[in-house]
Design a binder for this molecule. Structure first.
Ligand code: UDP
Length: 408
């Protein structure tokens, strides 16, 4: 019998939090728009469905990124297709069988990749399976989750569709040989909750334990840079004291959280510190400006929330382009030194500069793409249906998935 519920397999890998966040954003948009018409699965294919040592990709990434020079070399070396093409072909020999079994088990009607290392091999494995059964392979879409300087391995001409967040990425895709009519620019997929109406700022502030009036600076910290984050709070307290308040999302950094909670700030700044939270949207809506590293997800969320952005660091390579994106669009600044960060933010919040600060905030909101996740989900649903129709037709014509499976 024909399946009524179609399966969408989103392939991610936990290299940084952003890929997973994008996958979940798409899953939530599908649920909102289509209920249970689609079964949306999120799977770390490298970890779950490739043999050792390939299943430890995620650990290698964490190691390389911590040692910037190694990451720079690896990233740069793998940029030319002349290198990564043969590399993927060689790796494919080791991982193809297990990946193919995974595709058998999930039986997807659409495969979506939100990761730069999940185009070449999966597309070719799917094509090889299809050649065996005589049915067309399921459609394959890449959803790019880097804003600007994305790695060339994001782009593989053999995909059905390639969703990019910016024109900058579109140009990279074209340069890498992806046909222009396969590239769609909707924006970065951000969790649907960021496009919902929220309670008023003052209601949110009281819910989150913030003060009602003083302008609020939101600091978002990753696992790294504990010393710098603490120093930034200290410098803000020295400049602004009670004229501002600070909220710190410490993420998984428990020691930072404990230290911040144990500190009384001499300037009298109210500091609200939390660990890993699932309501970043509320903290952003309650804040006036944000200090964060140049993660694409956090930047896109801050733009939607209309927050001027002070970037205080970045992962080497893929996040470097996010800095000119923020600065050149007039929505923020880049500075790594805590004292100078505090100077910049203090100037932003100075009542004398109110007009320019408000203009920055308006430009941020105008750049934000809260509907992107819905637009991508809608397009993905459309190509799922087109793919299913093509495969049904092939099956009716004699070959095809159903026929192939029944005979097997
Ligand atoms: N995030 C979250 N709770 C936290 C801290 C972060 O939900 O306590 C989310 C944040 O909103 C963003 C993601 O984690 O969606 C981080 O993605 P980003 O692309 O900024 O950086 P990455 O971790 O990929 O380098």
């Amino acid at each position: 019998g024909r399946k009524t519920q179609k399966t969408i397999l989103i392939m991610m890998s936990n290299t940084g939090g952003g890929h997973k966040a994008s996958a979940e954003a798409l899953q939530q948009a599908f649920r909102e728009e289509y209920g249970d018409k689609y079964r949306v699965l999120i799977v770390d294919m490298w970890k779950e469905h490739t043999p050792s040592p390939f299943n430890r990709l995620c650990d290698s990434y964490s190691f390389l990124v911590k040692h910037g020079v190694l990451w720079r070399l690896t990233y740069g070396m793998m940029q030319p297709r002349l290198i990564h093409g043969p590399y993927f072909s060689a790796v494919q020999a080791f991982v193809a069988r297990q990946l193919s079994c995974a595709f058998d088990a999930y039986d997807p009607d659409l495969v979506v990749s939100v990761h730069p290392l999940m185009q070449h091999i999966p597309v070719r494995v799917l094509a090889a399976r299809a050649a065996e059964t005589g049915a067309p392979p399921p459609p394959f879409a890449t959803v790019v989750t880097d804003f600007t300087t994305c790695h060339n391995t994001w782009f593989y001409p053999g995909v059905t569709r390639c969703f990019v967040p910016t024109d900058y990425c579109r140009n990279l895709a074209v340069a890498m040989g992806v046909a222009a009519d396969k590239i769609v620019t909707h924006g970065l997929p951000i969790r649907p909750i960021f496009s919902k109406r929220l309670p008023s700022k003052s209601a949110l502030r009281s819910k989150l334990g913030m003060k009602k009036d003083p302008p609020a600076i939101l600091l978002v910290g990753g696992g790294e840079g504990m010393g710098a984050l603490e120093a930034t709070v200290r410098e803000l307290d020295a400049r602004l004291g009670g004229a501002a308040q600070v909220a710190v999302i410490c993420g998984r950094n428990r020691r930072l959280l404990e230290r911040l909670r144990a500190t009384v700030w001499p300037g009298g700044t109210h500091v609200a510190a939390v660990g890993f939270v699932d309501n970043v949207h509320e903290w952003m809506a309650a804040a006036d400006t944000i200090i964060t590293k140049a993660g694409p997800g956090t930047i896109a969320e801050a733009l939607i929330s209309g927050l001027p952005i002070l970037l205080n660091g970045n992962v080497p390579c893929q996040e470097e382009g996010n800095i000119p994106y923020v600065v050149d669009n007039g929505v923020g600044a880049f500075e790594t030194d805590p004292a100078r960060i505090a100077d910049i933010v203090a100037a932003w919040l100075d009542p004398a500069n109110r007009a320019e600060f408000d203009a920055m905030s308006r430009r941020a909101r105008a750049l934000g793409r809260p509907r992107a996740v819905y637009n991508i989900a809608r397009d993905l649903a459309a190509i799922t249906e087109e793919g299913a129709a093509a495969r049904a037709e092939a099956a009716a014509a004699g070959g095809g998935k159903a026929g192939g499976r029944a005979a097997a």
